[in-house]
Design a protein around this ligand. Structure first.
Ligand SMILES: Nc1nc2c(ncn2[C@@H]2O[C@H](COP(=O)(O)OP(=O)(O)OP(=O)(O)O)[C@@H](O)[C@H]2O)c(=O)[nH]1
Ligand SMILES: [Mg+2]
Length: 478
């Protein structure tokens, strides 16, 4: 027997970027032919993609850890490393992606709709790409950025047009079995249905889907019976059908009271108030049932419901019901804003990659947060002084040094770049870190140098632009 899994926790790891390569071209009689280290490849993304042939999340229940492959490192001779491969995880139509706190990250509807669950890390630039007019032979390369790690929750909401709600044993599954080709389990004990059943109904030209929900009882909103948990499956439906039992032997029940109780539970759940509803009085093959149905019908109609008397067992009144539902579904579809185009790619909330913040924390530590400075730190090989110097230049250009100074940082103060659990901490040395006040670019101290002639300034500007451009190229648009 297969278990129906409609909620799974998934751990996804994108691929890390490959490291850039630091290499120097060698040729006979030309021992130092310039830098030729290639760039590292980008790590693969992990994508969730709606595939209509998939109907459960079972696979992820069995294998909740998934990862994409890493980018390959760059090599000498200007050879770039290969990009890692994206990992595509097929999910059923109607899968909702949440974070562990329960916030909805994406709602995946429509074949081909995809969601980037974890982003591959960028590859590091090789020293060939890092070379510029000013830095002719960089003796370092950038490291690849680690791939994103995410813990997400997938929830499946059945995408049905019509939802059947009602007490246990009212005959919801029986109705699905006679309206469609689906063969759900039917039995005379309550809570036969433990997970929703889905059937496809054809009525004339219209094809629609119909789902039942495990039986509801008074107090379901407080968790009685199977609770209201399964109502999330009907949140997408466009028509609600109250299936009322006209032949129940329980003395305190009758169709109108049942309807009131179920309505109250739906109200507690919320969000379904605006769905059109109809009433089905089932089991009219039972003589007492037929009498009761006729008795309550005027009352229900007076409340504005369209009422259908049927028997799932004796196949009475079904055609009328299924055509009425087809008509309502048709109306709902016509009223809906045009189906969103499929193949939408949903990205996690865009990171703000422009800014950064500097905050002094209680213990005196200055913390720098921002997409760029944090990534740059991860790209830095701290065993290589030149690489550290390059990082300092980048931070300086972004204005981090100036902000630190503004925030009151002094030489020797502790500075952390990145979040608490993953920060690079160092003692701030404005002179080493190319202090904004005293130093210009790495290696020049304008206190010692004469003002730069115009040609030099132009060359410097060009070099700066080169670097900005590389930074931009490195950022592969998705
Ligand atoms: N006489 C009669 N019995 C019916 C009719 N429809 C369903 N039943 C019986 O009622 C019982 C419950 O039917 P189900 O279809 O399993 O009811 P359900 O609403 O899906 O119940 P849960 O899954 O427990 O919520 C079964 O014994 C059915 O045979 C009907 O039209 N007439
Ligand atoms: Mg059932």
């Amino acid at each position: 027997m297969t278990t129906f899994v409609d909620r799974v926790e998934l751990h996804v790891a994108a691929g890390s970027g490959g490291h850039g390569c630091a290499s120097v071209h060698r040729e006979k009689f030309k021992p130092l032919g310039g830098p030729d280290g290639g760039n590292g490849g980008r790590g693969g993304d992990v994508l969730l993609v709606v595939d209509q042939s998939i109907t459960t999340l079972l696979d992820y229940h069995h294998k909740p850890h998934r990862s994409a492959t890493n980018g390959k490192p760059g090599e000498g001779g200007n050879r770039s490393g290969k990009d890692g491969q994206d990992l595509i995880l097929p999910v059923p139509d109607g899968t909702v992606v949440l974070d562990k706190a329960g916030n909805v990250l994406a709602d995946l509807v429509g074949h081909g709709t995809s969601y980037v669950a974890a982003e591959g890390g960028r590859g590091g630039l090789g020293n060939a790409a890092l070379a510029s007019a000013r830095r002719k032979a960089p003796g370092f390369a950038l490291l690849g950025v680690p791939g994103g790690l995410q813990e997400i929750v997938l929830e499946l909401k059945t995408v049905a047009d019509v939802a059947l709600v009602g007490y246990p044993s009212a005959g919801k599954s029986s109705l699905i079995s006679v309206l469609s080709a689906a063969k759900p389990k039917i039995a005379d004990y309550p809570f036969t249905t433990l997970v929703p059943n889905l059937g496809v109904v054809t009525a004339g030209e219209t094809v629609y889907t119909i789902a039942d929900v495990p039986g509801l009882i008074p107090g379901a909103s407080q968790g009685k019976g199977l609770g209201l948990e399964f109502l999330r499956h009907v949140e997408r439906c466009s028509v609600l059908v109250h299936v009322l039992d006209t032949a129940t032997l329980e003395s305190e029940r009758d169709p109108v009271t049942d309807l009131d109780i179920i309505e109250e539970e739906l109200k507690q759940y919320g969000g379904l108030g605006n769905r059109p509803r109809i009433v089905v009085l089932n089991k009219i093959d039972v003589p007492d049932g037929k009498d009761l149905a006729e008795m309550v019908r005027p009352d229900l109609e007076a409340r504005g419901y369209r009422v259908f008397e049927v028997s799932a067992v004796a196949h009475m009144g079904l055609k009328e019901l299924s055509f009425a539902l087809a008509e309502m579904v048709g109306q709902a579809r016509a009223a809906k804003p045009k189906e969103e185009a499929t193949r939408i790619v949903i990205r996690p909330k865009a990171v703000d990659d422009a800014g950064f913040t500097v905050v002094q924390e209680e213990d005196g530590l200055f913390r720098v947060r921002g997409e760029k400075p944090e990534r740059w730190v991860r790209q830095t090989d701290f065993n290589n002084d030149e690489a550290v110097g390059y990082l300092a230049d980048r931070l300086n250009r972004l204005g981090v040094e100036a902000e630190l100074m503004k925030a009151g940082a002094r030489s020797g103060d502790g500075v952390a770049i990145g979040p608490e659990e993953n920060a690079v901490v160092f003692d701030w040395e404005p002179t080493v870190m190319a202090g904004a006040e005293m130093l210009g670019r790495r290696g020049e101290d304008h206190r010692l140098e004469a003002p730069r002639p115009a040609a030099q300034r132009r060359r410097d500007k060009e070099a700066e632009r080169d670097e900005a451009e590389k930074e931009y190229n490195d950022f592969k648009p998705f």
